[in-house]
Design a protein. Structure first.
Length: 115
């Protein structure tokens, strides 16, 4: 089999550059999430129900945090803050997360939710 003559130093440099790029991409991925992942997290914690328009609570909560540019921290962070702030249940905390982002400070939703 024939070989292609290559400068080993150039190959090593290309590999090093590729590793740097891959590391940068991985760091970006590590601090970003998706709407689907965050909805699943809320559901796994037990958030359920719909608003008066029939929209699932988890969809509303995650979408509002995404629109506010806060989703990168993860919805569980805000769920935990609501629980520490006095929410009695995960459901109550999920509803509070919607209110807090709607009011401009990530606390109670005026719409009713069915469970």
């Amino acid at each position: 089999m024939a070989t292609v003559p290559m400068d080993r130093a150039k190959v090593a440099r290309c590999r090093a550059i590729a590793a740097e790029i891959a590391d940068d991409v991985q760091r970006y991925i590590d601090v970003h999430t998706t709407v689907g992942v965050e909805r699943t997290i809320l559901r796994a914690y037990g958030a359920d129900g719909v608003d008066d328009q029939g929209v699932p609570l988890v969809n509303t909560a995650v979408e509002r945090y995404r629109e506010a540019g806060l989703l990168g921290r993860g919805i569980a962070f805000y769920l935990g803050r609501a629980l520490l702030g006095g929410a009695k249940t995960v459901q109550d905390a999920a509803e509070r997360t919607i209110d807090s982002v709607s009011s401009g400070s990530p606390t109670r939703r005026s719409a009713t939710f069915s469970t």
